[in-house]
Unconditional design. Structure first.
Length: 79
C-alpha cells in the first residue's frame, strides 16, 4: 500500500488499511502480516492496532537499489 505524498496525513492510508482489513475478514482471514521500510507507515500501523514483531536488516530495497531494514507487523482480526 502506498499513498501519494500529496495525499498523506488526510486519512487515506487509514481508510485503505481499514478496507483491506475488512476484505480479509470477509474472506475468512483472522491474522494479517505485513512489512514496511517507512517510519511514517510504522506509525500508521501502530495507531491502527498492528503489533511490531521484529526487524530484518537488508530485507527491502530503497528506490535507488540500496538494501534497507524492514519492520514486520501482525494483527489479529475480529468480527
Amino acid at each position: 500500500m502506498l499513498v501519494h505524498r500529496r495525499a498523506r496525513r488526510r486519512g487515506v492510508g487509514a481508510a485503505l488499511l481499514a478496507a483491506a482489513e475488512r476484505s480479509a475478514l470477509d474472506a475468512g482471514k483472522t491474522l494479517l502480516v505485513l512489512d514496511t521500510a517507512s517510519d511514517d507507515a510504522e506509525r500508521l500501523y501502530g495507531r491502527n492496532g498492528w503489533q511490531a514483531c521484529g526487524q530484518v536488516p537488508g530485507y527491502a530495497l530503497l528506490p535507488d537499489g540500496r538494501p534497507c531494514a524492514t519492520t514486520f507487523f501482525y494483527k489479529f482480526l475480529r468480527d
